[in-house]
Design a protein around this ligand. Structure first.
Ligand code: UDP
Ligand code: MG
Length: 313
């Protein structure tokens, strides 16, 4: 009889050749402490370096290591989704490949899950070493704005580092949306979710795979998938502008009747108004475009990711 897996560790990897062996070593060391059957699923998200070769070598020597090899780079969130789809554990841990989230914290999370009878234990960062001031500030600002705008409340200072139980995994795999904002979706699901506070380390090696461009894209997914407020922004802005326009018109009328101004109405003011209102129109069309783009993405029925090969499954 096949022994069932207790915990699946899900590790998305994109160009992580410098850390991946160390990650494997530390993860196996820590997870084996639990003393129950486990699997470590590495998702190679179209790395352009030797990540996949290193992973294959590891998988040859240890059949608890499983690999999902994507056909190209689909992004961190898709990689984690793939891991959740393929994992067989009663519970799953999601952790970055770069050892910024210490593997030892997973043990703490498992303990908390047991004592609190929780369905999700999510990591909350107390300290974040080796992160730029800019990243810290933007992250802080972003999560607070998102919370203010979103219909769902998100825990602050939380990434995807967490453990989830089978109930959550199954619910997650039922979700049809393709652009997944995982931390938001899991938080949205409800059940019992409890925090686990930890200190976030520096990257073990290599550099961030989230340049500003990807960070903004990720943040916008969170915003436009979880909030309808930007859509309502168009209405408020429009109303505001109509009011402003009316006041301006009234003022001109009075000014002309009572000869307060004598100058020929200048083109500068007209141009100014055109630019201002043009800007507002473009802005609101842009907001609409975002949502239409999202609808477009979701109706295409393309898969979230394409798997090239799987190993040890
Ligand atoms: N990652 C991925 N695909 C991508 C970008 C990143 O699978 O397109 C993985 C990466 O290998 C790492 C995790 O996602 O395991 C988080 O990335 P990173 O550490 O670069 O982000 P940061 O911690 O700087 O926000
Ligand atoms: Mg990192």
């Amino acid at each position: 009889m096949k022994v069932s897996t207790y915990i699946s560790v899900i590790v998305p990897c994109y160009n992580e050749e410098q850390v991946i062996s160390e990650t494997y070593k530390q993860l196996s060391e820590q997870i084996s402490v639990i003393g129950k059957p486990y699997e470590i699923i590495f998702i190679n998200d179209g790395s352009k370096d030797a990540t996949i070769d290193i992973l294959k070598k590891i998988a040859e020597t240890d059949n608890r290591v499983k690999i999902i090899n994507f056909s190209r780079n689909f992004g961190h969130q898709c990689a984690v989704s793939a891991g959740l789809k393929y994992c067989t554990g009663e519970i799953a841990a999601i952790i970055d490949a770069d050892l910024q989230d210490p593997p030892a914290v997973i043990l703490e999370m498992v303990k908390i899950m047991e004592t609190e009878q929780a369905n999700v234990v999510y990591g909350v960062r107390k300290n974040r070493a080796g992160e730029s001031k800019f990243k810290l500030l933007t992250a802080r600002w972003f999560y607070r704005t998102l919370n203010a705008m979103s219909e769902v409340k998100f825990p602050l200072d939380t990434g995807d580092f967490r453990i989830v139980d089978r109930k959550i995994i199954n619910q997650f795999n039922e979700l049809k949306e393709k652009n997944k904002y995982i931390r938001g979706l899991i938080s949205w699901m409800g059940f019992k979710q409890v925090p686990c506070y930890y200190d976030r380390d520096k990257r073990f090696a290599g550099e961030t795979k989230y340049p500003l461009r990807k960070m903004i894209k990720f943040a916008l997914t969170g915003l436009f998938y979880f909030s309808k407020k930007p859509l309502q922004l168009a209405t408020s802005l429009g109303t505001f502008c109509i009011g402003l326009g009316l006041l301006y018109f009234l003022w001109m009328l009075i000014a002309v009747i009572f000869s307060i101004i004598h100058t020929v109405p200048g083109w500068l003011s007209i141009i100014g108004i055109i630019i201002f209102f043009g800007g507002i129109q473009l802005l609101t069309i842009g907001v609409l475009g975002r949502y239409i783009g999202n609808i477009f993405d979701e109706t295409k029925e393309r898969p979230e990711f394409i798997v090239n090969e799987t190993i040890n499954f």
